[in-house]
Design a protein around this ligand. Structure first.
Ligand SMILES: [Zn+2]
Length: 184
């Protein structure tokens, strides 16, 4: 599932923003392995990394969250998203609310599918508003620590990829990019 979704994002990204996409991956690999890397190697590595590592990506601090009753039907996807971050545990902390329509009280446009107010004061998710609910949850949890990255479309290859300002290939016919915003 991760790989399929990632590949779709990857193809879209390479078509429009290949340098922006390849850049961070290339830098990370050079830093980690200490040698030059070919485009083919970058692509292979990116596909292997199309999911968080076991235990999640390291975070600057530890945070926690709990699900409000509206999120009960989506608990599995939300927990999958939370698992992207090593410093995030369930129980106390940020209340997470689920809605079934665009989020109007966040600011930032009319197609907002997620909001993290005040870096973890509270989170709202429009589950079903995009084609990857876990990615939406991972993104909003990521705002506990991080702002948006320069990627165009979010994906699972890295924390920066998760923190793109849009989740693309959404379910609507009129516009495949749906913004995931936050404030505060
Ligand atoms: Zn965001």
């Amino acid at each position: 599932m991760f790989k399929k979704l990632f590949l779709r994002s990857f193809l879209a990204a390479t078509a429009t923003l290949s340098m922006a996409f390849v850049g961070p991956v290339a830098q990370a690999e050079v830093a980690a392995e200490g040698h030059a890397i070919t485009a083919a190697e970058i692509e292979a590595v990116a596909q292997q990394q199309a999911a968080p590592p076991p235990g999640g990506w390291q975070t600057p601090s530890n945070r926690s969250y709990y699900l409000l009753s509206s999120c009960r039907p989506y608990a599995s996807a939300i927990r999958q998203g939370a698992a992207a971050w090593a410093g995030l545990t369930e129980g106390g902390g940020t209340p997470v609310e689920c809605r079934n329509s665009y989020i109007r009280d966040c600011g930032g446009g009319s197609r907002v599918v997620g909001c993290n107010w005040g870096r973890g004061q509270r989170i709202a998710l429009y589950m079903g508003g995009v084609n990857d609910d876990a990615l939406l949850a991972a993104h909003e949890f990521g705002h506990d620590w991080y702002g948006h990255s320069s990627y165009r479309c979010a994906g699972w290859s890295s924390p920066s990829h998760v923190m793109a300002p849009s989740i693309c290939n959404g379910p609507t016919l009129t516009n495949d990019a749906q913004l995931a915003h936050h404030s505060g």
